[in-house]
Ligand binder design. Structure first.
Ligand SMILES: Cc1cc2nc3c(=O)[nH]c(=O)nc-3n(C[C@H](O)[C@H](O)[C@H](O)COP(=O)(O)OP(=O)(O)OC[C@H]3O[C@@H](n4cnc5c(N)ncnc54)[C@H](O)[C@@H]3O)c2cc1C
Length: 492
């Protein structure tokens, strides 16, 4: 260990959209607090800095994926470059930059009840040195997946394949796909984004999926925002009104997905059918076997994926991979797909709390043994909040809500003149009979990265206080006014 130990009131881990949002709110609401953001990478943006594959873009609209406090002025679906530019503006306009330390990876976080503080062991990635940083409060904004490598299943014979295999998360800058036959394995938003972006240049691109996904599409513009701009309404208002309209419409769709899933599924599939050639097998390739919203619903601006398929430059195969051959992929149907390049758009490795080793008074923390307090804090882990956004709505909506909560919580601690807060399941009978369940109900939401790693995630209780409801529309009213003294949080 080298270097001296520094003290901060708050340490934010991660300079992605969550960490930058956290810093903004902290500066605004608690300007007296000393804080730092520790970021492993060489720049800000997290997801939007790491992913460099062709066509990389949001699948949420930026009126809701953008912050509540910073108007979005571009087209609703944004490229990674546009999102990075927006985040850069937030950093510059609020002078957040001097508080970010890049190439600083948090390795361990140890809580001491005696000091009532966290001690972080931090690797300075460039030099290999480690140093200590002390934090009164930890604001974990490290996202939910490992940035260094994507998830690729262990297919038999992959080493025999003579072509190139790439994962979108680690896309080689110099990958030459011009004129090549490319197979993209996966059916999610990444595959749907990538395929139209490379189809024109490739010889041919095939989406190979095990099962279909729901998509919806429309023009990449927001009529409400466009109309308000025509009336010279200030951008702050445009942002707020467009945001409310989108959230209103999304709420209606979410309700419909629970109340009348078959109707919604039919509408979504019919809209896909209308954008594809008459003889296209929509039943096989675009009729999912799950209820809409059990996985994220992906938006295709201008139906670009369907245009690529209709043009003949892209096609879809729905089949099961048996293994790789020298020339391509052998399928359960007996067919073989030949390829020069195989792109494995097969998802993420879930990373619970940034692969940091947590301990409390010397005892390692196993988050799978903790119960979450409102999807933000964990039983037995003091002075720490985790930002985990929404699945069915934009992640960032929760960044703002969690920030309101943290600032209120820290102010409350100051008022009480205490330095420690810990979530504890109430033993006085209120929570005594509570069932302890998985982090999410797999019947409700079950993307691969979560089901693969469900055993690593914190638990949830069957009461509102002890779960991440995944419901922005109720949380927006509830989180801001939760009773901090209802016994779930113990202040010392
Ligand atoms: C391609 C893609 C598209 C997406 N599109 C959308 C979308 O349209 N809408 C939506 O709602 N969600 C989307 N998501 C989900 C998306 O990841 C989140 O919405 C959001 O960007 C997450 O932001 P974050 O800051 O919480 O985490 P991240 O973007 O993952 O950033 C976390 C940061 O923490 C740093 N970090 C992690 N561990 C440590 C450590 N130990 N020490 C120091 N630093 C650390 C990382 O380096 C990283 O910079 C998308 C995800 C992907 C991969």
């Amino acid at each position: 260990m080298t270097g001296t130990s520094e003290n901060f009131d708050v340490v934010i881990v991660g300079a992605g959209i969550s960490g930058i949002g956290a810093a903004y709110h902290l500066q605004q609401k608690l300007p007296g607090k000393r804080y730092v953001i520790l970021e492993n990478l060489e720049s800000f943006g997290g997801t939007w800095h790491v992913h460099r594959y062709p066509g990389i873009r949001s699948d949420s609209d930026l009126y809701t994926f953008g912050y509540r406090f910073k108007p979005w002025t571009g087209p609703p679906i944004a490229t990674a470059a546009e999102i990075l530019s927006y985040l850069g503006d937030v950093i510059d306009e609020n002078d957040i930059g001097p508080n970010i330390r890049y190439r600083h990876r948090v390795l361990d976080a140890s809580w001491s009840s005696e000091d009532k503080a966290w001690t972080l062991r931090v690797l300075q990635v460039e030099t290999g040195e480690t140093s200590e940083v002390k934090a009164g409060f930890l604001w974990m904004c490290q996202g939910y997946y490992r940035h260094g490598e994507g998830y690729t299943p262990d297919w038999p014979g992959i080493e025999e394949f003579q072509g190139t295999v790439v994962h979108p998360q680690t896309w080689p800058e110099d990958l030459d796909y011009a004129g090549k036959d490319v197979v993209v394995i996966g059916s999610g938003a990444t595959a749907a984004t990538l395929v139209p972006a490379i189809a024109e240049e490739c010889g041919h691109v095939t989406i190979l999926q095990r099962s279909p996904t729901y998509f919806f599409s429309g023009p990449n513009r927001n009529e409400t925002a466009d109309m308000l701009r025509e009336l010279d309404i200030p951008e702050e208002w445009v942002h707020e009104i467009a945001r409310r309209k989108i959230l209103h419409d999304q709420h209606a769709i979410t309700q419909l997905s629970f109340e009348n899933p078959d109707f919604l599924a039919g509408e979504l599939i019919n809209s896909v059918r209308a954008q594809l050639p008459d003889d296209f097998d929509v039943e096989r390739h675009f009729t999912p076997r799950y209820r809409p919203w059990r996985q994220r619903l992906a938006y295709l601006p201008d139906g670009d994926l369907f245009k690529a398929i209709s043009s003949g430059k892209a096609s879809v195969v729905t089949d099961v991979i048996e293994g790789f051959t020298e020339k391509g992929i052998r399928l359960a149907s007996g067919d073989e797909l030949t390829a020069d390049i195989v792109v494995t758009a097969t998802g993420f490795h879930l990373s619970v709390l940034g692969d940091i080793n947590f301990s409390v008074d010397g005892a390692p923390v196993d988050f799978a043994e903790t119960v979450t307090y409102r999807g933000m804090m964990f039983t037995g882990v003091p002075n720490m909040v985790w930002v985990f956004g929404y699945f069915r709505a934009s992640w960032t909506l929760r960044v703002d809500l969690v920030a309101d909560f943290v600032c209120r919580l820290v102010s409350h601690m100051d008022e009480l003149d205490v330095r420690c807060v810990e979530a504890r399941v109430r033993s006085d009978g209120q929570d005594a009979a509570m069932s302890i369940l998985e982090w999410v109900d797999p019947e409700n939401f079950n993307p691969g990265y979560l089901t693969r790693s469900a055993h690593l995630m914190p638990r949830r209780g069957d009461k509102a206080e002890w779960q991440h409801s995944q419901d922005y529309w109720s949380e927006k009213d509830v989180l801001g006014s939760v009773d901090l003294d209802d016994g779930c949080l113990v202040f010392e």
